[in-house]
Write a protein that binds this ligand. Structure first.
Ligand code: BGC
Length: 420
């Protein structure tokens, strides 16, 4: 008797639960630019987890490395009064969207899930506007990596370089042996990615901060900046003639296939090696860009949520926000993406040596001040200043402008962008 009635109660509870979750099943339309092999595998984890919770994912993927195309698409949708419900937006741009008053406040999810304790303060600061959570951090990418094919180095009898002088010696040997020394994609953000690592490698952390974070024209118009531009030109010398316009993941695949020896790229490149079934220390080697072993240029991906009226859609947004910082998502997503978890308390054992190195360096550099935001990946300066920097870097890279002139132009462009 008692058994039967508890069965009935249980059935009713399940039925009620199903009804409630079906009633609250909402949809999130998610704008992102994760379309390469590794990126798609990573974002697929979020889609599946959201679906398991009974919500729908409407994909709004806009391809194009570093997200310039995605940001253009986002602006045009927002201008027409129809933004997606969630969008991959980073750094100072989060503040700009929040200032417009269009972002949902995520404080209740943050409170219920203890984000203030779980997210490092340097990251939380970027995600909050006026003390309120308006964005969810996803991961931490390190920029100043150099991805190497050890077999190519062996065949060319060359050493994996740790200094720029060694880079020249090794690149000459690699070229002579019939390989492409540097796999490169000539797109402005890829040039800027290599350049910012060079700036910190050539000038050190303080110089990087003064020039590419504080954008101080005096520091920019200097001999050290001239040296940085000259080094960028040296790198270009070792790229192949098909580099212009090449997507970053195609450049990574040249290293994977053993056509090229190295690539300067953030650790989303690791996602490509993983997707190709390759293992670090065996099939590929990840080392710091020459001269940058004591610095960490970071890049945190994040999502903002736009205000919506529909209750079910709000529920879906909150679920997505909660899932992103859950241990399961942080583990599986980052294993695929090549980045490291953005929150404390994640078991490290599933991660490989490259991730362990990044995790240890992230902690060490956070306490000694050499953890710095990436300019190229939108963490350091406002879009207008970043755009001005990109223009000069790309004009220099694609012309015979002298390094001295480039340093002067960069200083002038930054000054102008800041007064705009
Ligand atoms: C993003 C990464 C992405 C990369 C290439 C970076 O700006 O932070 O998540 O994989 O661009 O598109």
């Amino acid at each position: 008797m008692i058994r039967t009635s508890s069965k009935v109660v249980a059935t009713c509870v399940v039925a009620t639960f199903l009804w409630v979750s079906a009633a609250m099943a909402g949809e999130v339309e998610v704008l992102h630019w994760w379309t390469s092999g590794g990126e798609a595998a990573a974002v697929g984890v979020l889609k599946d987890m959201l679906k398991k919770e009974g919500h729908d994912w409407k994909d709004f993927a806009v391809s194009g490395g570093a997200g310039a195309n995605a940001m253009t698409a986002l602006k045009s949708r927002a201008v027409s009064g129809n933004p997606p419900t969630a969008a991959q937006v980073k750094g100072p741009q989060i503040q700009q969207w929040a200032e417009m008053g269009v972002l949902a406040n995520l404080d209740d999810v943050a409170k219920a899930n203890n984000w203030d304790k779980l997210v490092p303060p340097q990251v939380a600061k970027i995600m909050k506007y006026d003390g309120h959570w308006v964005a969810v951090p996803v991961n931490v990418h390190k920029i100043n990596w150099m991805w190497c094919n050890p077999e190519v180095f062996r065949k060319a009898k060359a050493k994996i370089p740790t200094t720029w002088d060694e880079f020249v010696v090794s690149s000459d040997k690699i070229k002579k042996a019939g390989f492409i020394p540097v796999a490169f994609g000539g797109q402005n953000w890829q040039e800027a990615t290599a350049f910012e690592s060079i700036v910190v490698g050539v000038g050190g952390v303080d110089f990087y901060v003064n020039t590419l974070v504080k954008a101080d024209p005096k520091a920019i118009d200097s001999d050290t900046m001239v040296k940085a531009f000259e080094t960028l030109r040296t790198v270009k010398k070792y790229t192949d003639k098909n580099a212009p316009g090449r997507d970053w993941n195609l450049a990574t695949s040249m290293v994977i296939k053993g056509q090229a020896a190295m690539q300067f790229m953030g650790d989303w490149a690791k996602g490509e090696f993983t997707a190709a079934g390759q293992s670090p220390g065996v099939d590929y080697v990840a080392v710091p860009v020459p001269g940058t072993s004591n610095s960490y240029l970071f890049n945190v991906d994040s999502f903002i949520m736009f205000k919506v009226k529909d209750k079910a859609a709000q529920e879906a947004q909150k679920t997505m926000a909660r899932l992103i910082l859950s241990p399961e998502f942080q583990t599986v997503f980052n294993l695929n993406k090549g980045s490291i978890p953005v929150r404390f308390g994640i078991d490290r054992t599933k991660f490989d040596d490259v991730a362990h190195r990044s995790m240890s360096e992230f902690e060490a550099t956070a306490s000694d001040g050499s953890l710095q935001p990436s300019m190229a990946h939108e963490m350091a300066v406002y879009p207008a200043v970043r755009g001005a920097m990109f223009d000069v870097i790309t004009n220099f890279y694609n012309s015979d402008m002298s390094a001295k002139e480039a340093a002067k132009k960069l200083a002038a462009a930054v000054k102008e962008a800041e007064t705009e």
